[in-house]
Design a protein around this ligand. Structure first.
Ligand SMILES: [Cu+2]
Length: 137
């Protein structure tokens, strides 16, 4: 009787192990194509940049690091007066963004490098100091 019970437990353990292997194989089979195609969510970056006149801090943040290959979504908000963002290396220009308004900038960070962003609207006497950097690495 004792021997039979022990044998039964062994049998149950063996089935569970097989099931785990089967489930793991299915998970890998489903996840692998998405990973290879870069369709997983793990590489998406959402960043919020708030713009104040330079005297009050300028762009916050003004230094952003992004992993290469990320899908980037930047929510740009003008806080105090009308600002705008241009990222010359990416051909991005939001045009004027009024105080309290937001625009969304989206791009793929395909190439490593340093991308500068600047204010495109003469927003204050120190407008020329409104600069920031996006580093893709
Ligand atoms: Cu400005």
């Amino acid at each position: 009787m004792v021997g039979n019970t022990a044998g039964g437990e062994k049998g149950v353990k063996k089935v569970r192990k097989d099931e785990i292997i089967a489930v793991a194989s299915v998970v890998v089979a489903i996840a692998l194509p998405f990973t290879l195609l870069g369709l997983t969510d793990s590489t998406s970056e959402k960043i919020v940049i708030r713009a104040y006149v330079a005297e009050a801090g300028g762009f916050r943040p003004d230094y952003i690091v992004i992993p290469q290959g990320s899908k980037v979504k930047i929510v740009f908000e003008s806080v105090d007066v009308t600002h705008g963002v241009i990222i010359p290396e990416l051909g991005i220009d939001t045009g004027p963004v009024k105080a309290g308004e937001r625009v969304i900038i989206e791009f793929s960070a395909d190439r490593k490098g340093t991308y500068h962003f600047l204010c495109s609207i003469r927003c204050s006497p120190f407008h020329q100091y409104m600069k920031g950097v996006i580093v893709v690495k």
